[in-house]
Design a protein around this ligand. Structure first.
Ligand code: ATP
Ligand code: MG
Length: 698
């Protein structure tokens, strides 16, 4: 498909949506058009937001506030699973592929919407048989397999609250989530395929359920046992545990759904824990689905195009319905683990609500080799490839010049996306050149577990992705801006402000706040409303701005650049520097594959930066002293003398959360020999010990 790129029909800020009423009307229209309702909601109840109210100041001089309450489409009812599945089947699209599943060992399944619906129906009956009802919590501790999506939707179908936990988590991390949610049922597997090996999982699940909890049943999906003997060897608690196959045996393949109120909790998602103990954010049904369906259509290029008077094709960002022609031409692939919020929104709910076909892949990108993703793109004709900066950097490390020329046909790719961390311009260019054929659109989506779906992002139809010369000079959003989250989506507004809430000048780092929220905002922290207030709303008090916790700056055109977490800012002699900027500079050097920079205390300057790097072949050829010399000089040249790292530590692996985020907090603690905080979210905990050994051996 060829695109004619045009000036976006609605430059931001979108004047049509400046007033609160217009914004609410916009979302109400999206909700009505994109979702199928049981009882429609009324205009009067489309939205309410009780902002934090001051309760006065206590003896310590601390001002207290009420906990804000957010509601969207409150008096409407719907069924979430019906919206993801049944309605597509009823509309005659049951044979459309919902999932192309590829397992790590190479097993494959193609599952249509009609087949997925039947499997969800059976699983819903299965959960009901175990006594699960509306409001009960179900923890889903599974890898990326169809059953994960099946149980997620089965919970949604019966009004139970799902909480997905990354399959690679330890017993401790799982225990915390099982206990914190008070779950009644846990769904797990016998084992998992991980980097070419089968690893047992059930014993970990058992350990996680060994303390004080509410678990009544553990459902076990057979993923790795190949014989009756192997199944018999899986640790088992009689009466509590049940094989998935036994649970659904003989259950009907259709299930009458119930309607639930719009604000019925849908899931609890734990933040990745980069900054501390994970928070269990609660998302509810209709509001979450509305912004999810809309942003999935807007950002993954499903919105209808029209021809303007000059014959050029345009996209109307405020359009309500999907153009099925575009849905037909799309093969979506979001590479995130299903337990991460990215996958909830753009791998489970968004694609299914919009009826597209998508790939889900169980394994790691380097099994059996780093070419796995290229193979998958080619095999399924992936059009939209949505992934994380860390993954892009590792592909870039493995293939600095891109995949072997002519070996893979990646020509289906027309849209690239990244999320989870700021993407450095090098990685942006590498991916667009070598996977996106030099011309794919690139959405850098900024959002969080808290916001539920995308808040800021370039649009796939922006002028910056058009061939040079397509647009007259001065057209908005013309300049390519690698690593820029660009501007808010319609119906949401953000500001970049200082401590006191005053706007900062272009180029100056401030805090990003969402001053007008969309319907997918998290409603509370599970079991801890005070933490919801304290973490996100207290800072700007009665203004009712959501403090995202990230630093950001605006450029002269008003485009938003995300500079990482506020906690990751380094204050050197009064200059505020973002660790991400220093990392971005480091990875432009040929010696470096990946960099993690953290602040450490310094008597003289307040703080100094310390850089941890993983090395390319060129880097490994250097001695430690040479490496330090070339890299500090490189940062000096790229950013300035103030940013020069005080130390450079070469390591084999940088500790990351399951969602691929560098835990700079732990890097700092390691360097300063401090006690390490919460490590339960790490995907590679062994990296900590390895770094400690490197530091001790110097
Ligand atoms: P915790 O809140 O427990 O520390 P977390 O913030 O890592 O965990 P998530 O909600 O999964 O948990 O991640 C959201 C964060 O990821 C954002 O606040 C931001 O720091 C970062 N992020 C996401 N997308 C982008 C992006 N496109 N550019 C820059 N940073 C991003
Ligand atoms: Mg966060």
């Amino acid at each position: 498909m060829t695109f004619t790129y045009t000036n976006p029909a609605t430059p931001t800020p979108n004047p049509a949506l400046i007033s609160d009423q217009a914004r609410i009307d916009f979302w109400a229209r999206q909700a009505r058009d994109r979702l199928t309702w049981g009882r429609p909601f009324s205009d009067r109840k489309a939205h309410s937001f009780s902002k934090p109210q001051s309760l006065g100041t206590d003896e310590q001089g601390i001002e207290n506030f009420t906990v804000p309450e957010i509601k969207w489409f409150e008096d409407g009812t719907l069924n979430v699973a019906y919206n993801c599945l049944d309605r597509h089947v009823e509309a005659g699209r049951g044979d459309k592929v919902a999932l192309y599943f590829e397992g790590e060992p190479g097993d494959r399944q193609t599952i249509t919407y009609a087949q997925l619906l039947r499997r969800v129906a059976q699983a819903a009956h299965g959960l009901e048989k175990l006594g699960v009802t509306k409001g009960d919590r179900v923890v889903i501790y599974l890898p990326v397999i169809p059953e994960t999506i099946i149980f997620t939707l089965a919970c949604a179908r019966i009004g139970a609250i799902h909480s997905l936990v990354f399959g690679g988590f330890s017993a401790e991390a799982l225990r915390f989530r099982v206990e914190d949610t008070g779950a009644k049922v846990l769904v797990t597997t016998d084992g998992q395929n991980r980097r070419g090996k089968v690893v047992p999982v059930k014993a970990i699940a058992d350990e996680a359920c060994s303390g004080e909890n509410q678990i009544e049943h553990v459902i076990v999906v057979d993923r790795t046992s190949t014989s009756a003997q192997e199944r018999a060897a899986v640790p088992w608690t009689q009466g509590r545990d049940i094989w998935y196959q036994d649970l659904i045996e003989g259950l009907p393949e259709s299930h009458d759904y119930q309607l639930f109120e719009a604000e019925t909790p849908l899931f609890i998602i734990y933040t990745s824990g980069t900054t501390g103990k994970p928070k269990g954010l609660v998302h509810t049904s209709a509001g979450y689905l509305t912004q999810t369906a809309y942003t999935h259509a807007l950002l993954f290029d499903l919105l209808p195009e029209f021809e303007d008077e000059t014959g050029a094709r345009r996209v109307d960002e405020l359009a309500s319905v999907n153009d099925l022609a575009k849905v037909e031409g799309t093969v979506h692939w979001c590479t995130a683990d299903l337990a991460w919020v990215t996958a909830h929104t753009y791998e489970i709910y968004g694609p299914l609500l919009n009826g597209v076909s998508q790939v889900i892949y169980e394994g790691t990108p380097n099994t059996p080799s780093f070419e796995r993703h290229f193979e998958i793109i080619e095999r399924y004709g992936v059009t939209n490839y949505y992934t994380a900066p860390t993954l892009i950097r590792s592909l870039m490390g493995a293939f600095p010049q891109g995949p072997e020329p002519g070996k893979f046909d990646l020509s289906s790719v027309r849209l690239l996306g990244s999320v989870g961390e700021s993407i450095n311009p090098e990685a942006w260019r590498w991916l667009r050149t070598h996977v996106g054929g030099g011309s794919a659109s690139f959405i850098d989506t900024w959002w969080q577990s808290e916001t539920g779906s995308a808040v800021c992002s370039p649009r796939p139809h922006d002028a910056q992705f058009a061939p040079a010369g397509t647009f007259p000079e001065g057209t908005p959003h013309t300049t390519p801006k690698p690593g820029c989250a660009n501007r808010p989506i319609p119906g949401v507004s953000v500001r970049v402000v200082d401590e006191a809430g005053q706007p900062v000048a272009p180029g100056v780092q401030g805090f990003i706040v969402v001053d007008k929220i969309g319907p997918s905002m998290a409603r509370t922290v599970w079991g801890n409303p005070a933490r919801y207030l304290d973490s996100y709303w207290r800072h700007y008090g009665e203004r009712g701005w959501f403090l995202a916790g990230d630093g950001a700056k605006l450029d002269e055109e008003g485009s938003v650049y995300i500079l990482g977490r506020i906690d990751d800012v380094i204050n050197i002699s009064g200059h505020r520097l973002s660790t991400i900027e220093i990392e971005s500079a480091l990875v432009t050097h040929e010696a470096v594959v990946e960099a993690g920079v953290c602040p450490v205390e310094d008597d003289l300057t307040g703080h100094q930066a310390v850089a941890y790097v993983t090395l390319s072949e060129a880097g490994r050829a250097l001695s430690a002293d040479e490496l330090r010399a070339v890299l500090t000089e490189h940062v000096r040249r790229e950013i300035g003398p103030i940013a020069k790292p005080k130390d450079v530590v070469a390591v084999a692996d940088i500790p990351k959360t399951r969602s691929g985020k560098i835990t700079r907090r732990l890097l700092g603690q390691l360097y300063q020999g401090q006690e390490l905080g919460d490590c339960s979210s790490l995907q590679n905990e062994e990296a900590l010990g390895a770094i400690a050994r490197v530091l001790a051996g110097r």
